[in-house]
Design a protein around this ligand. Structure first.
Ligand code: PLP
Length: 384
């Protein structure tokens, strides 16, 4: 399928969703390092941690057969959305949610390291590529949710073996500091991947490192798919020369660029919208005209989950229009994956999208991240 065709299909699907919503309701690697030990106990979901009595919901709606009283969530989106979803789920079902926020690469490494004794029950958010990689290592539990019927595109948005599912869609964009543009009138905001290589932008581009960040891995895999592997790696070599500093988290470059630390950030467009609309940072959003990559944000139950009933309850809930409509309340402007939710920012999908191959990208994740880390740019001293 050509990029234009993909764009047209995506727009068609999502516009149909917007219309439906008016009628009512109807998702090398950081080496897992087999040798990497689980992180400090302070980061693990505290089994003993419970919300204060005053915060606990008065009534529970959890089905009677569910005896789990808590749920440990590995949460990859931004902190505000993680916190919001925790509170929403607790209020609805009376089940205590403990979560830890980690970028995709860190999350995958954690899941790999805890294979024999998982501390998390469910992994919610972050590009699906990491879930595909986790499935390949036998780390995920299949679950046949009754709410798969809600999905807009079950073929693209759900694993064939029910081991992962999509919970949002987001497109990659560029965020350029408008004060920097005003001070450099001969330079325009980039509208192609080649624009990032201009001499004027040397040392002025920020992006996360693909070993820690799913956002950055989506950019890497986008380049390889757009240009082919040989030309793609050559481009990535040149692109790394333009980077001022690699960050750990995928969304962070938009904030740093908005604060004037560099000129251009490569980030998911919904995160750029957040910085512009909510944090009032001086940024302009542009897209590469020859095509940009996109993510399906994922969700999966972890194999060996200690609270499987609560995990399945969260899984089902996260596939409802009601739960997905909560995103914008918590500054998350991704497009939904289920029918019956109004898009907060449909324009973020009305761009030229490549036919991103999530399975290919996931199956090569470790290999490509290792190559980038070993041959192009190491992952030491990532900016937090
Ligand atoms: N936060 C938001 C809002 C995202 O859209 C994504 C992508 O799924 C992430 C975080 C992933 O974070 P990272 O790139 O740090 O892995």
């Amino acid at each position: 399928m050509t990029a234009k065709r993909v764009r047209s299909v995506m727009i068609h699907i999502l516009m149909a969703v917007a219309i439906l919503s008016a009628c009512g309701p109807a998702a090398t690697e950081a080496p897992p390092a087999a040798t990497e030990p689980p992180q400090a106990a302070t980061e693990a979901p505290a089994a003993t941690e419970a919300p204060a009595a005053t915060e606990a919901p008065a009534a529970t709606e959890a089905p009677a057969e569910i005896t789990d009283t808590e749920l440990n969530v590995l949460c990859t989106p931004q902190e505000q959305w993680c916190q919001g979803m925790k509170q929403e789920f607790e209020a609805k079902y009376g089940i205590t949610v403990n979560y830890v926020r980690m970028s995709s690469g860190e999350a995958l490494a954690r899941v790999q390291a805890e294979k024999d004794n998982p501390q998390f029950d469910i992994w919610w958010g972050g590009p699906i590529d990491s879930f595909v990689a986790a499935k390949g290592e036998g780390l995920l539990e299949a679950y046949d949710s009754p709410n798969y019927v809600n999905l807009i595109d079950p073929v693209k948005m759900k694993d064939v073996d029910n081991q992962w599912v999509g919970i949002y869609v987001g497109t990659l964009g560029f965020a350029t500091n408008t004060d920097w543009l005003a001070a450099n009138p001969d330079v325009a905001a980039p509208t192609s991947w080649d624009d990032l290589l201009k001499p004027e932008l040397k040392g002025q581009v920020m992006v996360a490192h693909p070993s820690s960040s799913g956002t950055s891995y989506t950019a890497l895999a986008t380049i390889l798919q757009l240009r082919g592997e040989e030309a793609g790696w050559e481009y990535l070599n040149q692109y790394a020369e333009q980077i001022s500093q690699f960050t750990k988290s995928g969304a962070a470059p938009a904030k740093f660029v908005g604060q004037g630390e560099a000129a251009v950030a490569i980030v998911f467009s919904h995160d750029i919208v957040n910085e512009i609309e909510n944090n009032k940072l001086p940024l302009v959003l542009t897209f590469p005209e020859e095509g940009t990559g996109y993510e399906i944000g994922g969700m999966a139950i972890l194999k060996g989950a200690k609270h499987p009933q609560a995990a399945r309850l969260w899984f089902d809930w996260a596939l409802t229009p009601e739960a997905q409509a909560l995103g914008p309340t918590y500054a998350a402007y991704q497009a939904p994956t289920v029918k019956g939710v109004e898009l907060s920012h449909p324009e973020l999908l009305e761009v030229n999208l490549i036919d991103y191959d999530f399975i290919w990208a996931g199956e090569h994740k470790q290999e490509f991240v290792d190559k980038f880390t070993n041959e192009i740019a190491g992952a030491d001293n990532l900016k937090e």
